[in-house]
Write a protein that binds this ligand. Structure first.
Ligand SMILES: *[C@@H]1O[C@H](CO)[C@@H](O)[C@H](O)[C@H]1NC(C)=O
Ligand SMILES: *[C@@H]1O[C@H](CO)[C@@H](O)[C@H](O)[C@H]1NC(C)=O
Ligand SMILES: *[C@@H]1O[C@H](CO)[C@@H](O)[C@H](O)[C@H]1NC(C)=O
Ligand SMILES: *[C@@H]1O[C@H](CO)[C@@H](O)[C@H](O)[C@H]1NC(C)=O
Ligand SMILES: *[C@@H]1O[C@H](CO)[C@@H](O)[C@H](O)[C@H]1NC(C)=O
Ligand SMILES: *[C@@H]1O[C@H](CO)[C@@H](O)[C@H](O)[C@H]1NC(C)=O
Ligand SMILES: *[C@@H]1O[C@H](CO)[C@@H](O)[C@H](O)[C@H]1NC(C)=O
Ligand SMILES: *[C@@H]1O[C@H](CO)[C@@H](O)[C@H](O)[C@H]1NC(C)=O
Length: 907
C-alpha cells in the first residue's frame, strides 16, 4: 500500500506546521545513510518522532512496513521544494506507485529520499558490473524495469568525462581511463549513487534520487551545484523551467549545455541525448532528465574551472564551425509578401511571374538609392518542392537568381524539406479529423513520390505519411533524407542555380496536421505538456522510417540529414538551419520569432547562451519574422531591434505579409534603421576578428566569471572582450541602468570615461536614437566608417579608424602611471595585424607574411588607417570633449618592408 494518512490520523493532523517543512534535509541524509545510527534512529523514530511527525504532516510513511529488501528505508519527510515527482506526479492516490509517497492534500505522488527506484551495485563498480533494479516495476504505468544496466565512465580528457547508463543486454561500452585528470568519482554501492568531484568539491551527484529505466522511459535526477545554473536558453536557469530536446518550432536552437557555478568556479554539463528528452529544473537545484528511449542516458561533464575552458572542451568534443566568411556578417534579406493580384488564367500567370520579378528588381533599385547595405537575398520566393514539377515555379526561382547576380548580390534561397503532394481542398471542419491527412497521393501520378516511395516517412507499411502545411494549404510527404539516393536528389533538385548558401527552414520538420495527442498519453509510458507542445507540429511520433525503424528516436536528426544533402548539391555552401542536432558547421537560423519586446530580450539571451554553447554563428531575424507585425505600434521596438542587431552574430531581415526592411519606412525611422546597419558594417573588422576565437555576444557570467554581482544579469552583454552593450528592453525607456564590470570603461562613440567601480550601477538617459555601447580600457578596435553597399565592398574600400581605449597601469619602477592598449585585426589564417599602444607610441606588427589579401592585386581588405581616436587622456590632451582624434595615413602594407610601424601619437 502507498504510505499515506488514514482517515483517523487525518483529523489530528489538520494543523500542518509550515515552519517544520522548511527545514533543510541534510541532517536527515546523514543519519539515514549511516547504518549503525540507523538502528538507533529507527527505535527513536518508532517511539517518539513518528507520533510527533504524524501530528505535523498530512502525508507520512507507512513506517511500520520496512522495505523487505533491507536497503535504505527512504523517508517521505522531504521538504516540499525538494520533492521529486514519482512518475507523472500529480495523479490520484491509487495511481501512485506503492514505493513512492503520497501527499493527500496536494495530490502529489513523490519519491522517498533516498528514492527506492535505484539500481543495486552489489560489488565495487567497474565498467563490467551489471546493476539490477531494486524495484521490478517503474512508476510509469507500472512497466517492468530494465533488468540489467551498466554505467560506463569515459575519461575523455583531463577536464572532461562522460557518464553513460545503458541497457546491459544490448550493448557493452568500455570507457577510457586516463592518469592525468582534475576529477575523481565515486560510484557507491549498494544502492548506486554517483558523485563526481573536482578540486574544489562536488560537481555532480545523483543525489540519491531516482534512476529509472524501462521501455520508452529512462529517468535520472542529479545536482550540479547548490548555487546558480545557466543554459538551455535561460539566464539564469531557474526552478520550474522545463525544456525539451525534440526539434520543433520554438524548441532549443543550441546544444543542451548547462553551466553551473560553485565556489567561485564553473563546470558544465552536456545532455547528450538524441531521443526525445525532457529536462526539468526541480526544487533544490535538482535536474530531472526523462527520455523516451529504450537504450541509454548519456551525460558529459566539463570541469572548467572557467566558462571559457568548458566551451573549449565542449568544442573539442562536438567540433567547431569553420565556415565563417566575411560576407556572412552582412544582412540577409528575404521577402515573402505575396502579390495582390490572383492569376486566373495562363496569361495572368505569366503576368504574375513578371510581377514578382519586377518586385524584386524594384527592391534592389530602392535599396541602392537608399544606400541600404545588404549581402544576400532569398530571391523571388522560397523553394517548395512539388511532387510534380511546375516549370513556372522553377523558372521563377532561376530568374530570381539572375536578377540578384546582376545586382552583385548573393543568392541564398529558403528551402523547406517536405514535398507537396496535394492541395488541401477539404473544408475547415475536416481539419479536425486526423484521417483527413491520409490523402490518396498516388491517384494523380505524383511521380517523385511514386518513383521513390521507399524513401519517405511512412504511416504504416503500406502508406506514405502525409502531413499538412497550413501556410501552403497543402498536404506534404517527408523524404527520409538520411537514406536519400542520388537519383532522388537529381529528381528533387532541378533548379539550375548557383548557390552561395541556403536557409533551411521548417526542417524540424514542420507538420501542422491535427494529432490525437491524448492517444499518445495512452500509448507512451510518459508523456507531458511539454512533449505535447513539441509533438504538435512535427510528424506524428509513431510514423516509421522507410525500413521500418521507428522515426521518433531519429527525429532530432531530420534537420541535419536535410542539411547534409546540400553538401551533395553544391560543395562548401553555407547552410543556415532552423533545426540542429550536433552539426556545429551549420549556422543556426532562428525562425518564427514573434515581434515583441520580450522576444528581443530573449533573442539576445539565446544568442549569447548559444554562442557560449558552441554556436558562434547564430542568425536572428530583426523585428522578428512572423506575419504579425504592426508598423505603427511596434515602430519603436523595431528600431531598437535594428540597433541591437548591430551586435548579433548574424542577421536576417525577413518580411512576411508586412515589410520590415528599412525601405518600407520613411524619414527618421528609415534613417535610424539604415544607420544601424551601417554601424554594424563599421564594426565588422572587429567582429570578424573576435569570431575567429570565440563567440561574439557573451553573457556576463562567461566574460566576468569572478564578478559575483554580474553573473545573473541578462540585460547587458559583452561583444567580444572589448565592448559592452546595455540594450533598452522596455518600451519608451528613457533610462538604461548598467552594472559596471571590472576594468575601465568609456562610452563608445564619445570616449567619455565612466566613473564607476566594479558592480556599481550607472544610469544613463537614452533617446530613441541611442543604444548604449561601451569600450573597455586596454583594447584597440579597428573599424571602417565609410560604408559601401555591402560588407565585402566596405571591407575592401573603406579606410580604417582605430579606437584606442587606454587603460592606466602602474609600472614597477617609481610606480609611475602608464597607459596601454592592445588590439588585433584578423585578415586571414595567415595574416593578422597587431596594434599596441604604450603611452606615447602606436606600434603595428604583422603576424604572418601573407600580404596578398591586404596588398595584392585584388585585396579583400583596405590597408590604410586614416583616423585614430584615443580615449583616456587628460582633458588638456584632448582635441574633442572626451578624446583625442588624429587624422593620419598609415599604410599597413609598409609592414612588407619593415618589422614594425611605430607611429608617435603623444611624443
Ligand atoms: C595534465 O593535463 C594538464 C592539462 O591538460 C596539462 O597541462 C599537464 O601538462 C598534464 N600533465 C601531465 C603529466 O601530462
Ligand atoms: C550542496 O551542499 C551540501 C551541504 O552544504 C553538500 O554536502 C553538497 O555536496 C553540495 N552539493 C553540491 C552539488 O555542491
Ligand atoms: C577552485 O576555487 C578557486 C577559488 O574559489 C578558484 O580560483 C580555482 O580556479 C578553482 N579551481 C578549480 C579547478 O575549479
Ligand atoms: C504551376 O504553379 C502555378 C502557381 O505558381 C499554378 O498556378 C499553375 O497552375 C501550376 N501549373 C501546373 C502545370 O501545375
Ligand atoms: C474522421 O473522418 C472519417 C472519414 O470521413 C470518419 O469516418 C471518422 O469518424 C472521423 N473521425 C472523427 C474523430 O471525426
Ligand atoms: C481526446 O480528444 C478528443 C478530441 O479532442 C476528446 O473528445 C476526448 O475527450 C479526449 N480524451 C481524453 C481522454 O482526454
Ligand atoms: C571548402 O572550404 C574549405 C575551407 O574554407 C576549403 O579549404 C576547401 O578548398 C573548399 N572546397 C571547395 C571545393 O571549395
Ligand atoms: C613606446 O614604444 C616605443 C617604440 O618601441 C619606444 O620608443 C617608447 O619609448 C615607448 N614608450 C614608453 C613610454 O615606453
Amino acid at each position: 500500500m502507498i504510505p499515506h494518512a488514514n482517515a483517523d490520523d487525518h483529523k489530528e493532523e489538520e494543523e500542518s506546521n509550515e515552519e517544520y517543512e522548511e527545514t533543510k534535509v541534510h541532517w536527515m541524509i546523514a543519519i539515514l545513510l549511516n547504518r549503525p545510527l540507523k538502528v538507533i534512529l529507527m527505535t527513536l523514530l518508532l517511539a517518539i518522532l513518528i507520533p510527533m511527525l504524524l501530528y505535523r504532516f498530512l502525508f507520512f510513511t507507512s513506517i511500520i512496513r520496512a522495505p523487505s529488501d533491507g536497503y535504505s528505508f527512504g523517508s517521505c519527510l522531504v521538504p516540499r521544494a525538494a520533492r521529486l515527482l514519482c512518475g507523472v506526479g500529480y495523479v490520484p492516490e491509487d495511481e501512485c506507485h506503492s514505493e513512492c509517497c503520497y501527499d493527500i492534500d496536494n495530490h502529489v505522488c513523490f519519491h522517498r529520499f533516498p528514492s527506492r527506484f535505484s539500481y543495486l551495485l552489489l560489488q565495487q563498480w567497474t565498467e563490467e558490473v551489471v546493476m539490477a533494479p531494486r524495484i521490478n516495476t517503474v512508476p510509469f504505468k507500472h512497466q517492468k524495469s530494465v533488468p540489467g544496466i551498466r554505467l560506463s565512465i569515459d575519461e575523455i580528457s583531463s577536464t572532461h568525462l562522460s557518464l553513460t547508463f545503458y541497457d546491459a543486454e544490448t550493448t557493452y561500452l568500455q570507457g577510457k581511463k586516463i592518469d592525468n585528470k582534475t576529477y575523481t568519482y565515486q560510484v557507491s554501492s549498494q544502492e548506486m549513487n554517483v558523485i563526481v568531484s573536482g578540486v574544489n568539491g562536488t560537481i555532480f551527484t545523483s543525489a540519491n534520487g531516482p534512476l529509472i529505466a524501462a521501455d520508452n522511459i529512462w529517468e535520472i535526477t542529479f545536482k550540479l551545484t547548490n548555487e546558480t545554473i545557466y543554459g538551455l536558453g535561460e539566464l539564469p536557469l531557474t526552478e520550474g523551467t522545463v525544456k525539451v530536446i525534440y526539434n520543433h518550432d520554438g524548441g532549443l536552437s543550441s546544444l543542451p549545455v548547462i553551466y553551473a557555478k560553485a565556489n567561485g568556479s564553473y563546470h558544465g554539463l552536456l545532455i547528450d541525448m538524441q531521443t526525445p528528452t525532457e529536462i526539468t529544473i526541480g526544487g533544490d537545484n535538482n535536474i530531472i532528465v526523462r527520455s523516451i528511449t529504450k537504450t541509454d542516458i548519456k551525460l558529459h561533464l566539463f570541469l572548467g574551472p572557467e566558462p571559457k575552458d568548458i566551451m573549449r572542451d565542449l568544442l573539442d568534443y562536438v567540433g567547431r564551425n569553420k565556415q565563417l566568411e566575411y560576407w556572412m556578417l552582412g544582412a540577409h534579406v528575404c521577402s515573402e509578401i505575396k502579390s495582390e493580384d490572383n492569376a486566373e488564367n495562363d496569361d495572368e500567370i505569366d503576368d504574375k511571374e513578371d510581377n514578382e520579378i519586377s518586385k524584386l528588381k524594384k527592391f534592389i533599385a530602392n535599396a541602392e538609392s537608399s544606400n541600404l547595405p545588404y549581402e544576400s537575398h532569398c530571391g523571388i520566393r522560397p523553394i517548395v518542392f512539388q511532387a510534380i514539377h511546375n516549370n513556372t515555379d522553377v523558372s521563377v526561382i532561376e530568374s530570381g537568381e539572375e536578377v540578384l547576380r546582376a545586382a552583385g548580390k548573393r543568392f541564398i534561397p529558403h528551402v523547406s524539406p517536405y514535398i507537396v503532394v496535394s492541395e488541401v481542398i477539404d473544408s475547415p471542419e475536416s481539419e479536425n479529423n486526423e484521417t483527413s491527412a491520409e490523402v490518396d497521393i498516388y491517384s494523380k501520378g505524383k511521380h517523385i513520390v511514386e518513383t521513390f516511395k521507399d524513401l519517405f516517412l511512412r504511416s504504416n507499411s503500406s502508406k506514405i505519411y502525409v502531413g499538412t502545411i497550413k501556410s501552403l494549404q497543402a498536404h506534404v510527404a517527408y523524404p527520409d533524407y538520411g537514406e536519400i539516393t542520388d537519383d532522388f536528389l537529381e529528381a528533387l533538385w532541378i533548379y539550375k542555380v548557383d548557390l552561395d548558401g541556403v536557409v533551411l527552414e521548417n526542417n524540424w520538420p514542420l507538420d501542422e496536421s491535427l494529432k490525437a495527442l491524448n492517444e499518445t498519453y495512452k500509448q507512451l509510458p510518459y508523456f507531458s505538456k511539454s512533449f505535447e507542445v513539441a509533438f504538435k507540429n512535427t510528424p506524428r511520433w509513431n510514423v516509421s522510417k522507410p525500413l521500418g525503424h521507428e522515426y521518433i528516436y531519429n527525429h532530432n536528426k531530420y534537420g541535419d540529414n536535410f542539411a547534409h544533402i546540400f553538401d551533395r548539391i553544391s560543395q562548401n555552401i553555407t547552410k543556415f538551419s532552423s533545426s540542429h542536432w550536433r552539426r556545429p558547421n551549420d549556422i543556426v537560423n532562428r525562425q518564427n520569432i514573434s515581434t515583441s519586446w520580450a522576444s528581443l530580450h530573449s533573442e539576445l539571451v539565446e544568442a549569447a547562451l548559444g554562442g557560449v554553447s558552441g554556436h558562434w554563428l547564430w542568425s536572428s531575424p530583426i523585428c522578428g519574422d512572423t506575419v504579425n507585425f504592426n508598423t505603427k505600434s511596434q515602430m519603436n521596438l523595431c528600431i531598437k531591434w535594428y540597433m541591437a542587431a548591430k551586435f548579433m552574430p548574424l542577421i536576417k531581415i525577413h518580411s512576411k505579409d508586412v515589410a520590415r526592411d528599412p525601405i518600407a519606412f520613411q524619414g527618421t525611422q528609415k534613417a535610424l534603421m539604415i544607420t544601424s546597419l551601417n554601424e554594424r558594417l563599421s564594426f565588422l573588422p572587429y567582429f570578424y576578428t573576435v569570431l575567429q576565437e570565440g563567440p561574439l555576444l557573451r553573457p556576463m557570467f562567461y566574460e566576468f566569471p569572478h564578478s559575483e554581482e554580474l553573473s545573473n544579469l541578462s540585460s547587458q552583454f559583452t561583444v567580444g572582450d572589448a565592448l559592452l552593450i546595455a540594450p533598452n528592453l522596455l518600451p519608451s525607456q528613457s533610462h538604461v541602468h548598467t552594472q559596471m564590470p571590472p576594468g575601465t570603461w568609456y562610452e563608445f562613440w564619445s570616449g567619455m570615461l565612466i566613473d564607476a567601480k566594479e558592480g556599481e550601477i550607472v544610469t544613463m538617459t537614452t533617446t530613441e536614437a541611442d543604444f548604449l555601447t561601451f569600450i573597455r580600457g586596454g583594447f584597440i578596435v579597428a573599424m571602417q566608417q565609410d560604408i559601401k553597399t555591402s560588407a565585402e565592398s566596405t571591407r575592401k574600400f573603406s579606410h580604417y579608424t582605430l579606437v584606442i581605449a587606454t587603460e592606466t597601469v602602474n609600472t614597477d619602477e617609481q610606480s609611475s602611471k602608464f597607459r596601454i592598449a592592445n588590439g588585433k585585426l584578423f585578415i586571414s589564417g595567415d595574416m593578422s595585424i597587431r596594434f599596441t599602444f604604450n603611452e606615447t607610441d602606436l606600434m603595428i606588427v604583422a603576424d604572418g607574411d601573407d600580404f596578398s589579401l591586404l596588398c595584392g592585386a585584388d585585396p579583400v581588405s583596405a590597408s590604410i588607417i586614416k583616423e585614430i581616436k584615443l580615449y583616456g587622456l587628460a582633458d588638456q590632451d584632448n582635441n574633442y570633449d572626451h578624446h583625442k582624434q588624429i587624422d593620419t595615413k598609415i599604410d599597413m602594407c609598409n609592414l612588407k618592408n619593415t618589422s614594425q610601424i611605430i607611429y608617435p601619437i603623444l611624443s
